[in-house]
Design a protein around this ligand. Structure first.
Ligand code: GTP
Length: 606
């Protein structure tokens, strides 16, 4: 009888995942109560401060002659590939739902993903110590949403520890012991010789330790990993020697080896997590060249780009060093230099999503003491050229000459929204206004509704979440998941100041939204550009077609002030002269655009 059970916890932010993990550590005696720092497993300071867990430290616990390995699934959309690799590494998932709140959109998304990975699910209703807990309603909701019967749900208080032991017992009884590689492989596909004879482990996370290099977190599917073994990461073809391996307790606990079915860590000595990526296979065996990797690996491409500029031009080199350092431990962060006439030298940074951007910005400001301007983010666009070549651009400024473009496509995502019945109209309205396509509506119980839309990612990243929250008094939740690139009537919207195109203000938009997006930019510019002694036209244009316009009127010096009475023709003459002078000035003179003008437009609204 294999005593190992591998599992993860799926929960919405604040529903009590960290608290429950802490209680489990305590009850299993993994960590003594007096050593318990509140929320021991929340690693980063940043996370602790903001009260969000990006990821819990994995941990191995003993419970009634069994070994329980807990790993985490990040609870945020930006990290859906990482979630999928964590789910691939375990056989069961605990679904934690706050009994005072009910199921949220993101939980549901992760839960569907767990079901796709054929995981066993144990549903837990948390916070039953609170008077506001509504076990009946939330049980119905879970039954309707995922078909788990209410008799199988466990009611707990992670705070007091009540019934947490029942969860541990259920893990032993309900979750199967570790499966072999077959767990990951489609029924049709045969296992090959390297699958059955050699050591293969799935990397479900990797972190960079400044002293020891990259530490890969792995689930061993076949064979064993021993200290001093020669091993290879198959996707990146990186060879290493296992410097140390062991278990999480939760601190790293070295072992001579880790066996098939176990979850543990491998110290690699590598200098960057790019060489030991999440989803890669760690292989030990003789068939280095022929070994087939475990399925499911992919390199996640950024879905969001933003410019990051230092406020002080002198800090540019420091920003570069900081980004390089961060990217050692964050393989999905990409960046390249960018110059903006207004903001100077900086970087165009590619990220997984908005939370990722916030994390990076905060870490740069906090850990590296940088003062930054972050521009409004945009999504990538795929361009099919008339030559048949395909390119991907991360900035409207890189759009090729329209004459060479056959079609443009943009990322689309599936959006799921859970909202109180009263706010369904507002949520629908918000989605349709943003080019959303309605797909489905399901009643979870008498009071809450699940809406499914398909929407351009560009519409999702621009304050969609905030709008949804405010239209539902804070009760709605949403999740979004990239589906595919789709072609559309996409155009480059240029901003012209006195006839000059300002490159850094160009952006890609859908034709139908060009006016709607262009007009407020012109209005905003009107407020921030100082008047000159001639009128300044502010225009939003697609190619040669103006879609919105504002004018900053000239301030006019009263050239006729010195005249007392006399002939009116004399006055007209002076005015005419003034007009001619202005015309000349306008033709010659460039307008000095104040930096604040750009910042007002470029900056991400906080
Ligand atoms: P993230 O860290 O944001 O992912 O949240 P989490 O799901 O880990 O939630 P966390 O454990 O941080 O709990 C959120 C809040 O709920 C904290 O203030 C906890 O003290 C509280 N909490 C968690 N479980 C219970 C419970 O059973 N009863 C009560 N009354 N409060 C709880």
């Amino acid at each position: 009888m294999n005593p190992i059970r591998n599992f993860c916890i799926i929960a919405h932010i604040d529903h009590g995942k960290s608290t429950l993990a802490d209680r489990m550590l305590e009850i299993t005696g993994t960590v003594q109560k007096r050593d318990m720092k509140a929320q021991l497993l929340d690693g980063m300071d940043l996370e602790r401060e903001r009260g969000i867990t990006i990821k819990l430290q994995p941990v191995r616990m003993n419970w009634k002659n069994h070994i329980l390995n807990l790993i985490d699934t990040p609870g945020h959309v930006d990290f859906s590939f990482e979630v999928s690799r964590s789910l691939a590494a375990v056989e069961g998932a605990i679904l934690v739902v706050d009994a005072t709140q009910g199921i949220e959109a993101q939980t549901l998304a992760n839960l569907y993903s767990a079901l796709e990975h054929n995981l066993e699910i144990i549903a837990v209703l948390n916070k039953i110590d609170l008077p506001a807990a509504d076990v009946e309603r939330v049980s119905t909701e879970i039954e309707n949403a995922i078909g788990i019967s209410r008799e199988d749900m466990i009611h707990v208080s992670a705070k007091t520890g009540e019934n947490v032991d029942l969860i541990l017992d259920a893990i032993v009884a309900k979750f199967p012991p570790p499966k072999g590689i077959a767990k990951l492989i489609d029924d049709e596909k045969e296992l090959d010789a390297t699958d059955t004879n050699d050591t293969k482990a799935l990397v479900f996370d990797s972190v960079f330790d400044p002293y020891r290099g990259v530490v890969a977190y792995v689930r061993v599917f076949n064979g064993r990993i021993g200290k001093r073994n020669k091993a290879r990461f198959l996707a990146t073809k990186t060879d290493i020697e296992v410097l140390e391996c062991g278990y999480f307790r939760p601190q790293l606990d070295p072992q001579p080896s880790i066996e098939s079915g176990e979850i543990g860590y491998v110290v690699t000595g590598l200098k960057s997590t790019r060489e030991a990526r999440v989803g890669d296979t760690l292989y030990i065996g003789k068939n280095l060249e022929n070994a087939s990797p475990l399925p499911g690996f992919r390199i996640v491409r950024p879905m969001l780009f933003a410019g990051i500029f230092p406020t002080e031009a002198d800090d540019f080199a420091q920003l570069r060093d900081a980004l390089e350092k961060l990217s050692l431990s964050d393989a999905s962060l990409v960046f390249e230099p960018e110059h903006s006439p207004a903001l100077g030298n900086g970087y165009r940074v590619g990220l997984l999503g908005m939370l990722h951007l916030e994390i990076i910005q905060e870490r740069l400001e906090r850990e590296f003491d940088l003062d930054l301007i972050v521009t409004a983010p945009s999504v990538p666009y795929d361009i099919l050229l008339t030559s048949g070549e395909k390119i991907r651009i991360s900035s409207a400024a890189d759009l090729p000459d329209p004459a060479h473009i056959k079609e443009i496509s943009e990322p689309w995502s599936r959006v799921e929204i859970i909202t109180p019945k009263e706010s369904v109209g507002a949520a629908m309205d918000l989605c349709t206004k943003r080019r959303g396509l309605f797909k489905n509506m399901q009643h979870l119980d008498e009071s809450r509704v699940l809406l499914t839309f398909e929407m351009p990612l560009a519409s999702v990243i621009t304050d969609m979440h905030d709008r949804l929250k405010s239209s539902s008094s804070g009760y709605a939740s949403m999740s979004s998941d990239f589906i595919e690139f789709r072609t559309g009537q996409l155009v480059k919207l240029d901003i012209l100041v006195a006839g000059d195109r300002i490159d850094s203000l160009s952006q890609m938009v859908h034709q139908s939204e060009a006016r709607h997006i262009g007009a407020p930019i012109c209005t905003k510019l009107k407020d921030v550009i100082p008047r000159a002694n001639f009128a300044i036209a502010l225009q939003a244009a697609i190619g040669g077609r103006i879609v919105a316009r504002e004018t900053i009127p000239a301030y006019r010096k009263d050239v006729t002030a010195g005249l007392y009475g006399g002939d009116v023709s004399r006055k007209n003459k002076l005015l005419k002269k003034q007009k001619a002078g202005k015309k000349r000035m306008k033709a010659m003179g460039k307008i000095e655009l104040p930096q604040e003008a750009f910042m007002a437009i470029l900056k991400r609204d906080e």
